[in-house]
Design a binder for this molecule. Sequence first.
Ligand SMILES: C[S@@+](CC[C@H](N)C(=O)[O-])C[C@H]1O[C@@H](n2cnc3c(N)ncnc32)[C@H](O)[C@@H]1O
Length: 233
Amino acid sequence: MQNNKNIEVKSIFNKVSRNYDFLNSLLSLGLHKYWKKKLVDLLKPVDGENWADLCCGTGDLSFLLLKKVRPNGTVTGVDSAEEILNIARNKSKLIGNKCIAWEMQDIFEIDKNSKNYDGICMSYGLRNLVNIEEGLQKVFSLLNDQGRAGFLDFNHSKLNSIADRFQKIYLKLVVVPTSKIFKLSKEYAYIEKSIKNFPEGNKLMLIAKRIGFKKVEYRTIFFNQMGILILEK
Ligand SMILES: C[S@@+](CC[C@H](N)C(=O)[O-])C[C@H]1O[C@@H](n2cnc3c(N)ncnc32)[C@H](O)[C@@H]1O
């Protein structure tokens, strides 16, 4: 079952990769860039630190992180879908950037003894993992003792709240029909299903506490449409 979800997710992101950045900007009216910047600002990465952008996709967070940790820090972008990761690699080449290490790997397969990050972040990745709790455990294990982590994703609002209704209507009437123009409606219809299975913010905080994170904070942004989870060991 979990393996099926893994295969489904990988195939979705390989398929959408060519149009991913364009559709993200179009469907969020460019706001996703602002939300990602907000996540990175909240985490306060500084020069000399070593950070990972897990489920990096086309690498937006990796590029933002690099600006904060250079010249002495490192950034690693990890994604399991080759085609979307190749877009990140090509963007890097275009701007002559050799500082980000791009790794094609399932995050669950990263050896926990091989890494000791100061920080980890993820945007729109947690919801797509086969097992969210195991994903947070993996992040915990890859951080050093003072490590911190941040996650940006859709907020799973209370059923039938205004935010919940708006989200569903926007996905059904704007996101899916727009993606249909690119023959990607099936792939984008997956977002609604994935939000339904994604824990609400307070549940995410409980899971993180159970795993052992000492500081746990969840805030919603953009009229409760998006959520940011901040964790510290
Ligand atoms: C919605 S995209 C987000 C990409 C990027 N972080 C962004 O915000 O634009 C989710 C990404 O998670 C990746 N992903 C999902 N499960 C993964 C896993 N177990 N290991 C590595 N990458 C994974 C997918 O391949 C996809 O590129």
